[in-house]
Design a protein around this ligand. Structure first.
Ligand code: ATP
Length: 237
């Protein structure tokens, strides 16, 4: 099943210049798709369109092969991790997760179970009572990811989930994401570096000036091929 299908989606902030220009692609359940592109290529805008925070000027975003699914229902099946960590500084990681869980209307026991599962899975065990303002960048990113996963979304949309964190922690997050995709979650991720894209596997789509510039399935490419691709797309990284 397709978790997401974009059909010639366009968007403009001023009604004149297309920031997103007729982009089409799909993401299957259990698939990982990375988005790359230079600053200003349109990656964040595209994710906001997919997360239903913006409406396409033209074209259509389809979710779960269902043309009639209403926006609240789409949102209940999407996890969106924006570039900025949006957690309450004065509350602990667990307190934040409880707050978000209530927003998703999760039952108390199920929420507690899900929080403990996510803390363990993201290697945050024993750190749940640390206030966000005392967390390292990596801990904040992981807590943000946990908040987006509380309601067990089928489509996960991530805007540079490893920005500003060290390579081993970034790789831990990527491993966790790969695990999720194996469980059937569709993942669309703006990647921070080509190394991360390679570690994530799946498909990579390069955006350039709001358009889909190139698309490659890394699972079909040899190690030498990956080096060639890296060189080939150096102007987009
Ligand atoms: N609120 C806004 N109003 C007008 N223009 C905007 C707005 N937000 C973004 N833009 C413009 O849209 C274009 C795409 O921005 P966007 O943030 O989507 O790119 P990006 O690829 O995510 O960049 P980065 O890698 O720097 O995060 C840029 O030219 C940017 O200046």
């Amino acid at each position: 099943m397709k978790a997401l299908e974009l059909k010639e989606v366009s968007y403009s902030y001023d009604g004149k210049h297309a920031i997103i220009d007729q982009i089409s692609f799909g993401v299957d359940c259990g698939e990982v798709v990375s988005l790359m592109g230079l600053n200003g290529a349109g990656k964040t805008t595209l994710l906001e369109l997919i997360a239903t925070l913006k409406k396409p000027a033209k074209g259509q975003c389809l979710y779960f092969d269902d043309e009639t699914i209403p926006i609240p229902q789409i949102r209940s099946q999407i996890g969106y991790v924006a570039q900025e960590v949006a957690l309450y500084d004065h509350f602990s990681i667990e307190e934040n997760l409880h707050l978000f869980g209530k927003l998703y209307h999760l039952q108390k026991e199920a929420l507690e179970e899900q929080i403990q599962k996510l803390l363990k899975w993201l290697k945050l065990e024993g750190q749940g009572n640390v206030k966000i303002k005392h967390c390292s960048g990596g801990m904040k990113r992981k807590a943000h990811l946990a908040a987006a996963l509380l309601h067990q979304p089928k489509l996960l949309i991530l805007d540079e989930p490893t920005a500003g964190i060290d390579a081993p922690t970034a790789m831990q997050i990527i491993e966790s994401l790969r695990g999720l995709s194996k469980e059937g979650v569709a993942i669309l991720c703006v990647a921070h570096s080509f190394e991360e894209v390679l570690a994530l596997g799946g498909r990579v789509i390069w955006l350039k000036n709001g358009r889909k510039h190139q698309e490659v399935n890394l699972d079909d490419v040899s190690i030498n091929g990956k080096e060639q691709i890296k060189t080939m797309f150096a102007d987009c990284i």
